[in-house]
Ligand binder design. Structure first.
Ligand code: F6P
Length: 341
């Protein structure tokens, strides 16, 4: 069988582990030919293909990013790009497609599957907000990086008696913020799940600094917003491509804290550092497990499904059930972070 493979959306560490697993298992065990599409759905629309053999995946396991390249681009029926997808798949004699991506890529995969293409998807995003799976590839590495950053900021916060704000990624969900705040022992965590009341944050910091501490760590997810009707005004700015403007909420919270407490405050915006570099063993293992599960599913003739981690098991879940939904951080996990503040 000729099987196409693409990685779409923002890159994450662990993608190469998934690519490697698809190629090794697909070529070795099942005797398939694997064809890579460069730069996500863009490569399918443009017919930008590359062969993927064992030679191409040598030594890629510890390497971050994606050897296929990626793009934030999704084909649509309205501009003819969905037709272009079908033409390329026919021209390249692709019998099935494996798509590795986050919400946008998976949504497009669901549409292409509806059009009759055999598709199995694999979830990846450092935000860990893909519905239907306990974990997505890249999350563990991002939390590891964010936790290390909090540890490092801790010592300098203490030395200088400062409030340190650490802004982490997470547009729609605060998974990185909450888990790294717990792991790094932060005092305050602000998430998209629970719009915050800055008055409460200020009261808490003043009390803490009066009672027993001279420094504090505040972790802010980039998608955090103040609750309606509270005293802080904030209109989240949007970038040229519709992206969140890194540092915006962090700087806004800093201004408020400094003005209302007088505490010396600094902001560290982790940004794309969270998406770069060496994947953790956890992400290499998850990428490998999802890759094997995806190519095995394709071989069995499955379609319109996504590999998902549920507890200890990798299962398949229908793509139609996950597209357009956000997996939020449960209140019980946010409460742990708050209980330890
Ligand atoms: O979707 C994952 C994510 O890491 C978000 O948390 C973040 O807002 C976005 O990607 C940044 O994307 P880009 O690389 O396009 O700037």
């Amino acid at each position: 069988m000729r099987v196409g493979l693409l990685t779409g959306g923002g890159d994450v560490p662990g993608l190469n582990a998934a690519i490697r697993a698809v190629v090794k298992r697909g070529e070795g065990e099942h005797g398939h030919s694997i064809v890579g599409f460069r730069n996500g759905w863009r490569g399918v629309v443009d017919g930008d293909v590359m062969p993927l053999t064992r030679q191409h995946i040598r030594n890629v396991l510890p390497v971050g990013g994606t050897l296929l390249g990626t793009a934030r681009y999704h084909p649509k029926a309205s501009d003819g790009s969905l037709d272009a997808v079908m033409q390329t798949l026919e021209a390249e004699r692709i019998e099935a497609l494996i798509c590795i991506g986050g919400d946008g890529t998976l949504h497009a995969a669901s549409k292409v599957a509806e059009a009759g293409v055999k598709i199995v998807a694999i979830p990846k995003t450092i935000d860990n907000d893909v519905w239907g799976t306990d974990r997505s590839i890249g999350f563990d590495t991002a939390v590891t990086i964010a936790t290390e950053a909090i540890d490092r900021v801790h010592t300098t916060a203490e030395s200088h008696n400062r409030v340190m704000i650490v802004e982490v990624m997470g547009r729609h969900a605060g998974w990185i913020a909450v888990t790294s705040a717990i792991a790094g022992g932060a005092e305050v965590v602000l998430t998209p799940e629970e719009p915050f009341d800055i008055d409460k944050v200020i009261r808490f910091l003043k009390h803490r600094h009066r009672a027993h501490a001279s420094f504090s760590i505040v972790v802010v997810a980039e998608g955090a917003v103040p609750a309606e009707g509270t005293s802080m005004s904030y209109e989240a700015p949007v970038g040229k491509f519709g992206e969140i403007v890194a540092g915006a909420i962090g700087e806004r919270v800093k201004a408020e804290i400094e003005q209302r407490t007088g505490f010396d405050t600094r902001v560290t915006v982790l940004g794309h550092v969270q998406r770069g570099g060496i994947p953790t063993p956890e992400d290499r293992i998850l990428g490998s497990r999802f890759g094997v599960a995806a190519i095995d599913a394709i071989t069995r003739g499955e379609s319109g499904v996504m590999t998902a981690l549920r507890g200890e098991d990798v299962v398949l879940t229908p793509l139609t059930e996950i597209a357009g939904k956000v997996k939020h951080v449960p209140a019980s996990l946010i409460q742990v972070a708050q209980a330890l503040a």
